[in-house]
Design a protein around this ligand. Structure first.
Ligand SMILES: Nc1ncnc2c1ncn2[C@@H]1O[C@H](COP(=O)(O)OP(=O)(O)OP(=O)(O)O)[C@@H](O)[C@H]1O
Ligand SMILES: [Mg+2]
Length: 235
């Protein structure tokens, strides 16, 4: 589905932040990128979404090179992005936030379809649809951020640090939702600090360090790899 080949990218006139990164995502997969702070994990997701400066390499999505494509058209091709920190609109209701996620859809009918899809994944959002978003719990706000991205029924969801600020129990709920989203036909490329849980849920994982690929493998293999355990999983 997605093949990133030798991608080098940065911001403006600044240095290269990611260097010759290679990552792939297949259909019906959850793929996770782990690595230390500042490794360039978020920069990979932002590059796919068209908001960095790509200097070398390519991003192929269903056979089409996206590296020169505008964000709006990237969304239209079926990729959506939940940034680190969620960035929901706090004073808007849950429903209004979801509708913002559907801004690119052409008709009220399509927006209604998007809403129905988001609510089917997150029934809690339907219950709370008229509540002001800032009054939701942290976990509910994360679900809302994901639900908003699902408004366009993407083929690939880019998810940056979904567990940040959440208790272990709520984190697990979010990851269970990710499994359900995958089952319903949306692949997920995720960045996570909480590598232990992310690798437990991911089909495959990549370890990124100083902007470069370090290790890759099945989630369960990385989770049980002694060296990775010592370096990245606090074992
Ligand atoms: N908008 C920006 N403009 C300029 N430089 C940036 C920008 N965003 C990030 N950087 C640079 O890229 C480096 C990597 O940032 P990035 O956010 O990709 O790392 P990360 O692996 O996601 O880190 P974290 O785990 O802290 O979220 C940063 O140290 C910073 O120097
Ligand atoms: Mg980050």
């Amino acid at each position: 589905m997605l093949k990133i080949n030798n991608l080098t990218a940065g911001y403006g006139n600044g240095p290269d932040i990611i260097k010759k990164v290679t990552i792939s995502v297949k259909e019906a997969e959850i793929v996770c990128i782990i690595g230390p702070n500042g490794a360039g994990k978020s920069t990979i997701l932002r590059s796919i979404f068209g908001i960095t400066d790509i200097r070398e390499g390519e991003i192929i999505f269903f056979g089409e090179n996206l590296s020169d494509t505008k964000t709006e058209n990237i969304i239209k091709r079926g990729i959506c992005y939940v940034p680190q920190g969620r960035s929901i609109f706090p004073t808007m209701t849950v429903k209004e936030n979801l509708e913002m996620g559907g801004f690119i859809r052409n008709s009220q009918k399509e927006i209604d379809e998007g809403l129905a899809f988001a609510y089917s994944q997150f029934p809690k959002l339907f219950e709370k649809r008229h509540e002001v978003s800032k009054n939701l719990s942290g976990g509910e706000q994360q679900m809302l951020a994901i639900g908003r991205a699902l408004m366009v029924q993407p083929k690939l969801l880019l998810l940056d640090e979904p567990s940040i600020g959440l208790s272990p129990k709520i984190t697990e709920e979010v990851f269970e939702k990710c499994l359900q989203i995958k089952k319903n036909g949306t692949s997920i490329l995720m960045v996570e600090q909480n590598a232990n849980i992310a690798l437990a849920y991911a089909d495959r994982g990549y370890v990124l360090e100083l902007g470069e690929n370090r290790f890759e493998g099945k989630g369960s293999e990385l989770l049980h790899n002694k060296k990775i355990g010592e370096l990245y999983l606090g074992k």
